[in-house]
Design a protein around this ligand. Structure first.
Ligand SMILES: Cc1cc2nc3c(=O)[nH]c(=O)nc-3n(C[C@H](O)[C@H](O)[C@H](O)COP(=O)(O)OP(=O)(O)OC[C@H]3O[C@@H](n4cnc5c(N)ncnc54)[C@H](O)[C@@H]3O)c2cc1C
Length: 383
């Protein structure tokens, strides 16, 4: 169908929402993004964007072939927690390099490109509801104003209220995992930047450099039972972080020693949504398929969604058909990636003899491990 002139409302100005707005705008739609925050910000510092996400960023003209704000990764080093000894090295995926971005930088690049193309942004605009009418959708803001659009995209994140309207009430499950996140200033310029994943019993730490090596990003995951509410983030106590990872030695021990202002996320999970759309309103990104961070794929999936959603208008006769085609095209892949991420944490957190056996196995297969996930990285949503 001709998307030219269609008026589309996007709820949420995160990576998924802005990428979708840009992809739709580049095909000729008039797009308005509603973001509840007064300014566009991203919480949590680092983001790994693998090739399946990078192809979309390149196709949207957000980055070029040598993305300046990102650091190209040469792979992942797996280390043991006590000594910091290297257990295995996983080379960069054959499909193409992963890049490390500061979230604010990536969001800034997306916003700049969307703004340049004429996407309209309404900040400090919290959406209370999106109503479906027979031939349009209505975006109702909390301040009582509303906007009639031909259709709406809900990219309002893992705690999406619009998802609940489409799928009924669901309770998020606490995964008994908590993520500590922080950055520290860094000066060491590794010739070949890579992620270091340090594995210990019930815990692991991922570190990688950002912003031309001036910053180190830290994500420390621990298994924990004492969390009750689904809070998105809290300020954490750096001494508490160090106490919980006190037996982590080597470089990661030094890095944790420098953390001043950590934040904590309790990792809650909802299943991939059963219904992604109702003919006028479609879910995208974490709103459709919240995922655990253990494959670093949540933002990459949101980028893929954005491209596929916009393209689905090309081959279909109407909005209902385009949304149905989008859902069908994305469902199976999102389920597979979410499942792969879910099983990864268990592998990193083994204890006792299981851990030693797993390390021996990793030593043997490490170099081939990236091939195991070729199906994730080589997926080209733009093909
Ligand atoms: C510890 C951790 C590490 C991660 N690392 C990676 C990684 O390395 N690589 C990767 O690809 N992914 C990673 N992820 C996942 C990634 O952060 C998310 O999948 C991604 O940010 C989802 O983008 P989104 O646009 O769908 O949602 P969000 O980023 O959550 O954006 C939703 C937006 O909607 C707005 N909003 C919500 N409700 C309303 C409303 N009612 N009205 C208006 N606006 C509203 C919010 O303010 C927000 O700006 C990680 C996640 C975690 C927790």
């Amino acid at each position: 169908m001709k998307i030219n002139g269609l008026k589309i409302g996007v709820v949420g100005g995160g990576i998924g929402g802005i990428a979708a707005a840009l992809a739709l705008r580049l095909r000729g739609a008039q797009v308005v993004v509603f973001e509840q925050a007064a300014e566009l910000t991203e919480v949590g510092a680092g983001l790994q964007i693998s090739e399946n996400g990078m192809v979309v960023l390149r196709a949207l003209n957000v980055v070029n072939e040598t993305p300046e704000a990102g650091l190209r990764s040469y792979g992942t080093v797996l280390r043991d927690y006590r000594s910091g000894r290297s257990v295995s090295e996983i080379p960069a995926p054959a499909a193409g390099s992963t890049y490390y971005y500061h979230r604010a930088d990536l969001l800034g690049l997306l916003h700049k490109a969307a703004h340049r193309e004429g996407v309209e942004f309404r900040l400090g605009a919290r959406v209370a509801q999106v109503r479906k009418h027979s031939s349009e959708a209505e975006v109702v803001l909390e301040d009582g104003t509303n906007l009639r659009v031909d259709c709406a995209i809900a990219a309002d994140g893992g705690r999406s209220e619009i998802r609940a309207d489409l799928n009924g009430p669901e309770t998020a499950k606490f995964t008994h995992q908590v993520a500590w996140r922080a950055t520290i200033p860094w000066q060491r310029r590794d010739q070949k930047p890579c992620a270091v994943l340090t594995m210990g019993p019930g815990r692991h730490v991922v570190t990688y450099p950002l912003r031309d090596h001036t910053m180190m990003n830290i994500v420390a995951i621990e298994e924990r039972s004492d969390w009750e509410e689904e809070g998105w983030r809290r300020r954490g106590d750096p001494e508490d972080l160090r106490a919980r990872f006190a037996d982590f030695g080597g470089v990661v021990g030094d890095i944790l020693g420098q953390v001043r202002e950590p934040h904590i996320w309790a990792l809650f999970l909802r299943p991939v949504a059963g219904h992604w759309q109702n003919g006028r309103i479609a879910l995208l990104g974490d709103a459709a398929h919240p995922t655990l961070p253990f494959m670093a794929q949540g933002a990459c999936l949101a980028l893929e969604d954005a491209w596929v959603l916009a393209r689905s208008f090309d081959d279909q006769s109407g909005i209902e058909q385009a949304f149905a085609s989008y859902e069908t095209s994305r469902l199976r892949r999102a389920q597979r990636v979410v499942a792969a991420a879910g099983s990864n944490a268990r592998n990193f957190h083994l204890r006792g003899p299981m851990r030693l056996a797993a390390q021996a196995a990793l030593m043997a297969v490490g170099p081939r491990l990236s091939r195991k996930y070729d199906w994730i990285y080589s997926y080209d949503a733009t093909a």
